[in-house]
Design a protein around this ligand. Structure first.
Ligand SMILES: [Zn+2]
Ligand SMILES: [Zn+2]
Length: 331
């Protein structure tokens, strides 16, 4: 099979992903082999490729927003028939036995596996995944449009859940890429008023087209105090201004896996029972609930399509804010 392989992390500008011919992986016990149709690119892929996340595997195929069809089932894998369209997400597997897994918090598992980071992912023609950790893709979504749902969508949904935002609430979104543009649609469906801060003009335009009531550049103050905000941009310097824009009792959710250092700020900015919390991965329950809701709303993803052999180029575009909505590799 063709696959984009990372031997050594490096700046995406140096095109560290190499297109290679590799053997098709074999599905193990209770795993499925998926023929990849599309794979979304995610900022986490950029952190893996550039080495901001410490390498976990010597040679890795990135990609954790995989849409494809079950090609073959491994031993004792009975959940999906051959040909079923499934999505393979970031949470590849958990141990199922640690205190976190046993208390409904498998997103915090002590011994997790992550697709495209600790095990090979979807920048390839085939990938394997445990059948219990893949999601059926609702029929209404085309392969390319479904890909951004699998990480950007699910993580954005978890961020919304933990933000505590409800009907009619005022929500801030900082950074407006794949996750932001899906999250906005869910929040609108819930009747929230949405304020978007993002430095790129074209991203502000998309936010307004999708129904944000205000869109400004990163450092601008939203015109009203917000009940909750989510920062998707990996920029710690956004934390103090985002806190300053929160109402008393408001929650600031940090949605990324990596963020530059957060500057210090005076205590009154967080006093008044404001809180800051991060989101780490997601549970399968988040994933299933989100996929169902995405089909009901239905979510429309904006995608920019790249061929598999242009994965380096796609990540360069992502790094430089050049992608409207989500970037997707067509495999
Ligand atoms: Zn666990
Ligand atoms: Zn991701």
């Amino acid at each position: 099979m063709k696959a984009c392989v990372l031997d050594q992390p490096g700046p995406v500008e140096s095109s560290p992903l190499l297109l290679r011919e590799l053997p098709v992986p074999q599905p193990g016990e209770r795993e499925v082999l998926v023929r990849v149709h599309s794979c979304g690119i995610c900022r986490t892929d950029l952190h893996v490729v550039e080495g901001e996340l410490a390498p976990k595997k010597a040679r890795i195929i990135p990609g954790h927003q995989i849409v494809g069809a079950v090609e073959r089932a491994g031993p004792n894998a009975t959940r999906y028939r051959v040909g079923t369209r499934v999505g393979v997400p970031w949470l590849h597997k958990t141990d199922g036995t640690c205190t976190y897994c046993r208390s409904g918090r498998e997103n915090l598992c002590d011994h997790p596996e992550f697709t495209g980071y600790t095990v090979d992912g979807g920048y390839a023609e085939y990938a394997v995944a445990p059948e219990d950790f893949v999601y059926p893709i609702p029929d209404g979504f085309a392969d390319l449009q479904a890909a951004p749902l699998l990480c950007a969508g699910i993580i954005g949904f978890r961020c919304l859940r933990v933000s505590g935002i409800g009907e009619g609430g005022k929500l801030g979104i900082y950074g407006f890429g794949a996750a932001g543009h899906v999250c906005l649609q869910v929040a609108r469906h819930w009747g929230c008023k949405i304020f978007v801060c993002t430095r790129e003009e074209k991203h502000r335009r998309l936010a307004l087209e999708l129904g944000a009531i205000w869109a400004g550049a990163g450092a601008d103050d939203p015109p009203e105090k917000l009940d909750a905000s989510i920062i998707f941009a990996p920029a710690g310097e956004l934390v103090p201004p985002a806190l300053a824009a929160l109402s008393k009792g408001g929650t600031l959710v940090l949605g990324g896996i990596h963020m530059s250092p957060i500057p210090s700020f005076p205590y009154p900015m967080i006093y008044g029972e404001r809180s800051i919390r991060s989101v780490a991965n997601n549970t399968r329950e988040d994933g299933h609930d989100f996929m169902k809701l995405a089909a009901e709303i239905p979510i429309h993803t904006e995608v920019q399509i790249f061929p598999l052999d242009e994965a380096n180029h796609a990540l360069q575009a992502l790094k430089h804010d050049g992608i409207r909505g989500g970037g997707v590799l067509k495999v």
